[in-house]
Design a protein around this ligand. Structure first.
Ligand code: MN
Length: 230
């Protein structure tokens, strides 16, 4: 095969405690998966099935990398999230076996141009430029299930300049990781290498250049990123 252009490099993430890398295929994200966060965004969390949006794989910022403050926004916000990384795909996956697809877990930050998102909601427009911009998907190293087990409980927290902004529990998810995988697999055929950001607890808020953002999730440890001017 001869391509007319050099094909893009495979996007990948480090595997914790290893020199190996996890190849990333797609990035899916769940909206409003913690009740307190749904309420802070002005929604009733009780009766809503999970919904999804996505980010391009090229939007990843790896591990402790710097976050460039994006263009065309004056309201960049953090969202600390558990990320599930899939070893296998599937369609119409049963929730009882959905965790069998997970290769590992990571700490993520679903960065959001909140002002553009609010405008998109108001006008009924897509969220793509609010959620899928360059550098919008921070993700730490992937911790294999073989080492850390399945992450179904434990604390999740985020601090900015050492002040805690978000503090929640993985067990507070409205839809569990199993249920999220099952629901998403009804909409698309999942594939190995897919990442799923599983939603953020309450306390989302703004970031400015110079901020140091630290996110911790129980057994996964923590990641730290500095926000810088583009
Ligand atoms: Mn999110």
């Amino acid at each position: 095969m001869t391509y007319v252009l050099a094909p893009p490099a495979i996007v990948s993430l480090p595997v914790a405690g290893s020199d190996l890398r996890f190849p990333v295929r797609r990035i899916f994200c769940v909206g409003r998966n913690y009740a307190e966060h749904a309420r802070e965004m002005g929604y009733d969390p009780e009766r809503e099935p999970p919904f999804f949006f996505d980010k391009p794989a090229g939007a990843l910022i790896e591990g402790n990398g710097d976050v460039p403050y994006p263009s065309q926004t004056s309201r960049l916000e953090h969202e600390a999230e558990l990320v599930a990384a899939l070893a296998q795909g599937g369609r119409d996956v049963d929730p009882s076996s959905a965790l069998d697809l997970v290769w590992g877990y990571a700490i993520g930050n679903d960065l959001t141009r909140r002002d553009l998102q609010a405008e998109a909601k108001k006008l009924g427009r897509p969220w793509t430029m609010a959620k899928g911009f360059d550098g919008s998907a921070v993700c730490g190293p992937i911790h294999p299930v073989a080492h850390v087990g399945h992450v179904t409980s434990g604390p999740i927290s985020l601090s900015v300049n050492e002040l805690v902004r978000q503090s929640g529990a993985i067990s507070d998810m409205i839809w569990t990781v199993s249920e999220v995988i099952a629901a998403l697999s009804k909409l698309v055929e999942l594939k190995s290498g897919d990442l799923i950001y599983t939603g953020t607890p309450s306390g989302v808020g703004p970031l400015v250049p110079g901020d140091i953002v630290e996110i911790s999730i129980g057994v996964l440890g923590s990641i730290s990123n500095r926000v810088r001017h583009r």
